[in-house]
Unconditional design. Sequence first.
Length: 153
Amino acid sequence: MECRAAVSLRRLISLSLLAVWGCLVSAGSADTVVLIVNATTNYAALDSVEVRKLFLGLTVVRDGHTLHALRNVSDPRLDEIFLQNIVSMSDTTYERRVLTLTMQQGRTPPPSVQDKARLFAELAADPDAVSFAWAGDVAGNRNIKVMRVLWHE
């Protein structure tokens, strides 16, 4: 009887450890959103406030270059993460804020790009453009480099 209890306990411990290991492996391969720029860009990484300003259409200057944002709307989940975690606004609040800046200050809202290939081509052609994407989508693209991680699940 004691032998069966010991075996059952070992199985329970083994299954628990296996479950924990599975969670750790899946967390390591979770989605990551990165800030991306042209591969030739050499300025220092933007901080969170500068990223937020940039995607609201405000002026951000780095090493004498006026940067501009390209909003990646190719994936609804990515756009949701962008709104919640990068600019910290709901969709309605973001659109209202961008419209207010356009009407009051004549700011141009960041253009939205719906196709990843087009987004990457625009970034590759413009050293002052900044955008965001899934890290897995950028991996292996020699024309684009990751400036920093914006969000990690």
